[in-house]
Design a protein around this ligand. Sequence first.
Ligand SMILES: [Zn+2]
Length: 419
Amino acid sequence: MTSLGTGLTTILAGTLIDGAGNDPRHHVTITISGGTITAIADGHDAPSGSSVIDARHLTVMPGLIDSHVHLAMVPKGLEDRLQTPYSLQVAETLVNARLTLEAGITSVRDAGGMPRGTKLAIERGLFPGPRVRISVGALSQTGGHGDSTTRSGVRLRADTASSPMSEHPWTIVDGVDEARKGVRELIRAGADQIKMMTSGGVMSPGSEPGRPGFSIEEITAIVNEARAAGRTTMSHAQASVGIMNAVRCGVDSIEHGIYLTEEICEEMCKRGTYLVPTLVAPLWVVRRGEADPTSVPAWAVEKGRAVMADHQASFKLAVELGVTVAMGTDSGVGPHGTNAEELERMVFGGMTAMQAIVASTSVAARCCQLDHLTGTIAVGMRADILAIHGDPLADIRVLQDTGNMHLIMKDGQAFKQLP
Ligand SMILES: [Zn+2]
């Protein structure tokens, strides 16, 4: 970032979308000092000596927030995965972080796989990437969605818990005591929130999306243990029973939510439970399978195809009934950096473009416990700001083309700024 003597940066904005859902403002000047937004004023007046970013022809909005990514995961086949050393996976994670920031995503919540060191590397400025809230791993019951044991009995994830060097605690737990210990070990490994699997899934060999995971007692133990440590909980929950169990036990966000019912939506509204739909995830499972059958097993493509229509219908129902939706993509299932396609799916599913943007900024910030820092363009917030060509309110797809991103700013630092 070029900054002159005053240390002030000003952005002259053509149109301002604040992320909170207010009507767009026009001809506005945003002042930034020390990475924080210090003033927002009508008109285009830059204080003398400030470094000026001319966005008078652009739309200025908060950096996008993806509430469900897997930065440590790359869409690739089993053979490839087995031939990837852990150190290479760490390197790939950092590349994925950069790709995500390049797409205008300035904050993410990692839903499992990302070790603490990669988050620290970004925070210390060693590698570019979004703000990250990590889960480290995801708790699952034996044979549940997180259990990657193959039908031949091979454990794809080695039991690393015994190694003092391990940054990944063992996350297959059964019974209340193991569940509680699982939470504690994840928190020791740096988890910002606790992820669990309360239903089966599309990408796991032994589980079905329609079946629940964990008992009420186990889920309750996980939620209580997480709360005691000031952590929120997020649940991979695709089937109705698994969703309702999680909601009733006080889980903070439902991930995927493929089979919602009216009763579940009402319960979510009552409790303020977030829905993180990840509509693009099954789409990418099918796309990958069609492009390269070695990338996704046939059974996963079949499951992906089977759930797509129900998923979109559930989303529509949730929007109609007023469930709080936070944007998430499950990136890693699909390619990193394509996150903004999710907003198109959300608009297709019944949201207005403004609702999709709010779900991807201020609501996502609350869901990820980052709303004290980011998610809106307001005085006192950190300057996570995009300036883009085009009007996303008229066509949400403009956000998908990184060529439209004129400015990507995180914490007041321009990661990308076109001349
Ligand atoms: Zn996921």
